[in-house]
Design a protein around this ligand. Structure first.
Ligand SMILES: Nc1nc2c(ncn2[C@@H]2O[C@H](COP(=O)(O)OP(=O)(O)O)[C@@H](O)[C@H]2O)c(=O)[nH]1
Ligand SMILES: Nc1ncnc2c1ncn2[C@@H]1O[C@H](COP(=O)(O)OP(=O)(O)O)[C@@H](O)[C@H]1O
Length: 298
């Protein structure tokens, strides 16, 4: 390539880089709508088309590197892609993601955090696990507990497994947002720091805790959304408890007594979700967390 051409090419490259930086700046400052940028990116050779998907997503206030990888994986988009180089389905998935995000932000009805509670064996853990696996944008609070890990449970992922002394120390230091002795046995509590930080970053925060804990959250954070997970029927609740097979008959009887009291507390909650099918219950919970009105999803 002659020198003149090379200079012209590098000038063009510099100009393109500047134009991309300007799109990023406008996205970050809120001057440019992300949906509009996606629209522009459909036109080849525009600065929007040459913007990397990673830069586009990082311009959202609540998306950092960790979230970014999970979102890209969920959308099946490689981190090397540019907006203009997306396939049709990739573009549609990204657009759907952005629409949901922008919708929730615009609605402004998003609770700072959501509590999921309900009687024993209704499926709280199952729904929470489903959400962890299918909705990477949700920050699931990891509780501290004095009970021992079960096989397969990972410290720091399922729970922070602590000794009685460590739990006492956390309590004394005011590090727990709420705590309770559950099923008359072990203590469980929500570490305050991670919840506060995630909430301040604008993330969707979910606490899967017991009824006593839910009441404490209500008292200390009136804006929190309390969701009660209910069984389709009493018999189904008994079936699930028996089917899980993790308690002996004496413990089951005790838990069912508690469950009666807990079911009676359902009307203290903002929302009730019947856990008939896990994906449906999870989707409804996500709608509530995003602040989507009920009429939008039935
Ligand atoms: N208050 C409160 N309850 C919690 C917390 N973490 C878990 N729990 C509740 O503790 C109970 C026992 O949970 P787990 O040990 O996983 O046992 P499982 O319910 O028998 O599977 C469940 O009802 C949870 O909702 C927490 O941080 N605070
Ligand atoms: N929607 C559902 N339909 C059928 N079985 C379910 C459903 N949700 C959960 N289960 C089953 O019920 C049992 C109790 O669920 P689990 O998540 O352990 O309850 P919890 O955490 O509320 O005590 C488990 O065996 C689980 O597989």
């Amino acid at each position: 390539m002659p020198d003149v051409d090379r200079t012209a090419a590098s000038r063009a490259a510099v100009a393109a880089r500047r134009a991309r930086a300007e799109v990023k700046r406008r996205l970050r400052s809120g001057e440019a709508s992300p949906l509009r940028v996606l629209e522009q990116a459909r036109v080849p050779e525009t600065p929007a088309a040459s913007l990397r998907v990673t830069d586009f997503l990082l311009s959202f206030p609540a998306i950092g590197q960790v979230k970014l990888s999970r979102i890209l994986e969920e959308l099946s988009i490689s981190e090397r892609k540019r907006l203009g180089g997306l396939g049709r389905q990739q573009r549609e998935r990204l657009e759907g993601f952005v629409r949901e995000r922008v919708g929730a932000e615009a609605a402004g009805t998003r609770p700072p955090l959501t509590v999921l509670a309900g009687p024993t064996a209704v499926g709280k853990g199952t729904v929470a696990t489903y959400i962890r696996e299918h909705y990477p944008e949700v920050s699931l609070s990891v509780s501290a507990t004095t009970r021992a890990p079960r096989p397969g449970e990972v410290d720091g992922t399922h729970y922070f497994f602590t000794s009685d002394e460590q739990f006492d120390r956390m309590l004394a230091a005011g590090e727990l947002l709420e705590w309770a002795t559950v099923h008359n046995k072990y203590r469980y509590g929500t570490p305050r720091g991670p919840v506060q930080e995630a909430s301040e970053r604008g993330e969707l925060v979910l606490l899967e805790i017991d009824l006593q804990g839910a009441r404490q959250v209500r008292a200390s954070m009136p804006d929190a959304r309390l969701v009660f997970l209910a069984p389709p029927s009493w018999d189904e609740l008994v079936n699930r408890l028996v089917g899980r097979g993790t308690e002996d008959s004496e413990e089951r009887a005790r838990r069912l007594e508690t469950a009666k009291v807990e079911l009676a507390a359902a009307d203290e909650f903002d929302e009730i979700i019947i856990n008939d099918e896990v994906p449906r219950a999870a989707a409804r919970l996500i709608d509530i967390m995003r602040g989507t009105p009920r009429s939008a999803n039935g």
